[in-house]
Design a protein around this ligand. Structure first.
Ligand code: HEC
Length: 93
């Protein structure tokens, strides 16, 4: 009779739980430099593949994002320094 309600209810709860954890994940502050990079640098575009750039380019790229592309609204100077250091650390050349 009202059998359809059960699976629909379960699906709704599963959807809510999924949305809830995704929302929570966005609210939770980043805990590592890598997370900070992943979070801040995917704000305006897809997370860029930074391993195509060299160590010497990283500071300039992050600076350009903040001075020309408006990333200073999203990334503080302190966060930028942490991200640059992280990117320089993972750069392959
Ligand atoms: C406030 C928005 C914003 C934030 C935050 C942001 N960017 Fe960008 N980024 C842009 C815009 C605008 C462009 C140029 C247009 C495009 O390519 O989409 C761009 C382009 C890029 C490019 C492509 C440049 C190229 O020629 O290949 C790279 C790499 C990049 N961003 C890296 C970063 C990194 C690293 C961070 C984090 C430190 C970051 N972005 C954060 C707005 C942003």
């Amino acid at each position: 009779m009202a059998d359809w309600r059960l699976p629909a209810g379960i699906l709704a709860i599963a959807a809510l739980a999924g949305a809830g954890s995704a929302a929570w994940d966005r609210l939770r502050p980043p805990r590592t430099p890598r997370e900070l990079f992943q979070r801040r640098c995917s704000h305006c575009h897809e997370l860029p593949r930074m391993n195509q750039f060299g160590k010497r380019n990283m500071a300039g790229i992050v600076r350009t994002m903040r001075t020309r592309n408006g990333a200073d609204k999203v990334i503080t100077e302190q966060e930028a320094a942490v991200i640059v250091k992280y990117l320089e650390g993972v750069a392959r050349w």
